[in-house]
Design a protein around this ligand. Structure first.
Ligand code: HEM
Length: 406
């Protein structure tokens, strides 16, 4: 699911000297924007996504080429005061780096020659944070641990965590720089628990065609994501008045490290691969007919009376229509961590999905996928986490301020 979120990257890419941009503009198409791809690679460096605003960055913007995902645990004794100081420091640094300015503490000049490259930093809070920071009475009920799903092979050392950080950028050095600086600024207050890195298509790599990205199985992935222009988009993705006040306008994120059994997958003939998903491999069109963005017709039949989209096809089992309307904004990245002892690639999807309520988004869908999805034979869920992602910080404020000071 190297999915796209339907926002115009052009709106986020400043040309040299352009005033650069605010937040995510209205989406024009799923995947890359319509019209020519960003022409000059040089323009990539100046892409600037503001840190401050009603929502944290890194949720609705198009995926950048690189991601680092990391979790930290609060150090013993850090408590609420330590957490507050860390979030202030991290928020100030994320805002500076997002503007292309150096950090004020622990600046290592790794990315000294680069522009901001559409850097975004997104912070989330795991359930364990609340006790450790003396905030147990403010734990949102929806942050209860995800259930175990059939066939899960979860490594707890690479799961969960008090604080979640997502760093995205269109340049690998810029992303690494932000990770190092934030990690060093945490010293004494929070300890790194796990870290994962991934990638998506580099902007411009697909030439001039507006296309949705592909995952490591070769599928076009992200087509049927909720779209910002849909009237119920915000209700699906962002928390409303049902959430605690400090989280209103925020969201929940589920992250899973899903290894793909690529040797098995690549041995499957293309027509069978297509039936596993329910979409054509070449252009992502549903097997019920049409083109990539044609609505999926789950009732359509082949001439012989069989279902055009098989009963266990991924898009049928995951469809909101089959899950009481459950929806989420998938914004995952591919990963490749070398070889496993048996010589197969340690590669797959860093699944990242934002939603207003995991109990009405990820949980029911994954319950069904784990039991009835033809794709699950080719996957191993190896790490898992659920985090509350507070709303964005205003200028001069910091992420989580309403939780800590409210
Ligand atoms: C490595 C694991 C996975 C792969 C390779 C994968 C791949 C895909 C592909 C190719 C599509 C069709 C294009 C699209 O609409 O994006 C799709 C759709 C979808 N996937 Fe996945 N997926 C994976 C895991 C998951 C998980 C864990 C969930 C949620 C629990 C999920 C939920 C969905 C949903 C909701 C859709 C849209 C269905 C629709 O409304 O048509 N996927 N996925």
């Amino acid at each position: 699911m190297t999915s796209s979120t339907g926002f115009s990257r052009r709106a986020l890419l400043g040309g040299a000297g352009a005033g650069l941009v605010a937040g995510a503009a209205g989406g024009v198409a799923v995947g890359r924007p319509a019209g020519p791809a960003p022409a000059a690679a040089a323009g990539l460096g100046s892409g600037r996504i503001p840190f401050h605003g009603a929502r944290q960055p890194g949720i609705v913007e198009p995926q950048q080429a690189r991601v680092h995902l990391a979790a930290f645990d609060l150090a013993p004794g850090a408590g609420r005061d330590g957490l507050r100081e860390l979030l202030k420091r991290w928020s100030q640094t994320a805002a500076r780096l997002g503007r292309g300015e150096p950090a004020t503490e622990h600046e290592n000049r790794i990315a000294a020659d680069a522009g901001p490259c559409s850097l975004t930093v997104t912070f989330g809070f795991g359930a364990t944070l609340f006790d450790r920071a003396g905030l147990a009475d403010r734990l949102p009920p929806a942050l209860e641990p995800l259930p175990d799903f059939p066939e899960d092979a979860i490594d707890r050392a690479r799961s969960d965590g008090d604080l979640w950080v997502q760093i995205c950028a269109d340049d690998a050095l810029v992303a690494f720089h932000a990770l190092r600086v934030l990690q060093q600024q945490a010293a004494g207050t929070a300890v790194a628990r796990w870290q994962m890195s991934g990638f998506s298509r580099t902007p411009g790599a697909a030439g001039t065609a507006p296309v949705t990205g592909r995952n490591l199985m070769g599928q076009i992935d992200g087509t049927n994501n909720p779209q910002p222009q849909q009237p119920d988009f915000a209700a699906k993705v962002f928390c409303g008045s049902e959430a605690p006040g400090w989280l209103a306008g925020g969201t929940y994120v589920v992250q899973r490290r899903i290894r793909m059994l690529l040797d098995n997958w690549e041995n499957l003939p293309e027509d069978r691969q297509e039936r596993v998903i329910g979409r054509r491999r070449s252009d992502g069109a549903p097997l019920s007919g049409g083109t990539e963005h044609t609505a999926v017709d789950l009732a359509a039949q082949n001439p012989d009376g069989t279902l055009a989209i098989p009963a266990d096809a991924h898009v049928r089992v995951a469809a909101p229509a089959a899950n009481g309307g459950a929806a989420m904004l998938r914004r995952g990245f591919s990963y490749h961590d070398g070889l496993l002892p048996d010589g197969s690639p340690d590669a797959g999807l860093l699944f990242v999905a934002f939603q207003a309520d995991p109990a009405r988004g990820f949980v029911p869908v994954q319950r069904k996928l784990a039991r009835g999805d033809g794709l699950s034979r080719f996957l191993r869920h190896e790490a898992s986490g659920l985090y509350a992602v507070p709303p964005g910080a205003p200028e001069g404020g910091y992420v989580g301020q309403a939780l800590l000071e409210g």
